[in-house]
Design a binder for this molecule. Structure first.
Ligand code: HEM
Ligand code: HEM
Length: 184
C-alpha cells in the first residue's frame, strides 16, 4: 500500500472497531426481536445477553470516539459532491450520537425497571445502574426513548448500507475499500 493509499484508508483500529461494533449492534437487534416471542425464562437469559452486549457497545463506542480523536479519519473522497459530503458528515455524527443514546436509554430502562440493580456483564463483573427514579412514568420514558432511538438507528443503518452499495456498484469509487482494505 503506498503512502497515498494509506492516507485514504481508515486506520486498522478504526476498521476493527467499525466492524466489531456493527456486528454487536446487529446481534443486539436480532436478540431483542427474538426475545419477544420466547417463554419468560429464555427471554430473561437472552435479555441478559442483550443488556451486557449493549454495555460493551457503549464502552467500545467511547474507545472508538477516543481513537477517532487521536487517529483522524481520512479526508472524504474528493470526488464526492458537496451535498454527498455534507450528508455523510451528518449521518456519521448521528451514528455516533445514537451509538451512545441507544445503550444509555436501555440502561436507563433497566435501572428504572429493576430498581437500581447493576447489569451483570456475562457474570464476570457488574456495571452500575443509572441514578434514575423507579416510578412508572420514568420506566415509560426510557422505554419510549430506547425504542425511538433504536428505530432511528435502524433507519440510519439502511441509508448507510444503501450509500455504501451505491458507492461500490454505481459510482465505483473507493469508499467501501476505505473500510474494507482487501477490496483495493
Ligand atoms: C450498525 C452498524 C454500523 C454502524 C453503527 C456504522 C457506523 C459508521 C460510522 C460512524 C462511520 C464513519 C466513521 C468515521 O468517519 O469516524 C462509518 C463509515 C463507513 N461505514 Fe459503517 N456502520 C455500520 C455498518 C456498516 C455496513 C453494514 C457497511 C457496509 C455495507 C458499512 C460501510 C461503511 C463504509 C464504507 C464507511 C466509510 C465511509 C467513508 O469513507 O466516509 N457500515 N460507519
Ligand atoms: C446498541 C445497543 C442496543 C440496541 C441496538 C438495542 C435495541 C433494542 C431493541 C430493538 C429492543 C426492542 C424494542 C421494543 O420493541 O420494545 C430493545 C429492547 C430492550 N432493551 Fe435494548 N438495545 C441496546 C442496548 C441495551 C442496553 C445497554 C440495555 C440495558 C442495559 C437494553 C435493555 C433493553 C430492555 C430492558 C428491552 C426490553 C424492552 C421491553 O420490555 O419492551 N438495551 N433493545
Amino acid at each position: 500500500m503506498s503512502t497515498t493509499d494509506s492516507a485514504l484508508s481508515y486506520s486498522r483500529g478504526a476498521i476493527i472497531l467499525h466492524w466489531l461494533i456493527a456486528l454487536l449492534i446487529l446481534g443486539n437487534f436480532i436478540g431483542a426481536w427474538t426475545a419477544e416471542d420466547l417463554p419468560r425464562d429464555a427471554k430473561l437469559v437472552v435479555m441478559g445477553y442483550h443488556k451486557a452486549t449493549g454495555i460493551v457497545i457503549l464502552l467500545l463506542t467511547l474507545v472508538r470516539i477516543g481513537w477517532r480523536v487521536v487517529y483522524r479519519p481520512p479526508v472524504l473522497l474528493q470526488t464526492l459532491k458537496t451535498w454527498e459530503a455534507a450528508l455523510a458528515r451528518v449521518a456519521h455524527a448521528l451514528f455516533y450520537a445514537l451509538m451512545l443514546a441507544v445503550p444509555l436509554a436501555g440502561l436507563g430502562l433497566h435501572s428504572a425497571f429493576s430498581q437500581g440493580k447493576p447489569v451483570s456483564l456475562f457474570g464476570l463483573i457488574d456495571f452500575p445502574a443509572l441514578p434514575v427514579g423507579f416510578d412508572k412514568p420514568t420506566i415509560g420514558l426510557f422505554h419510549e426513548l430506547h425504542e425511538v432511538t433504536a428505530t432511528a438507528m435502524l433507519v440510519l443503518l439502511g441509508l448507510h448500507v444503501a450509500a455504501a452499495l451505491k458507492h461500490q456498484f454505481i459510482d465505483r469509487d473507493s469508499t467501501m475499500a476505505r473500510m474494507l482494505p482487501f477490496l483495493r
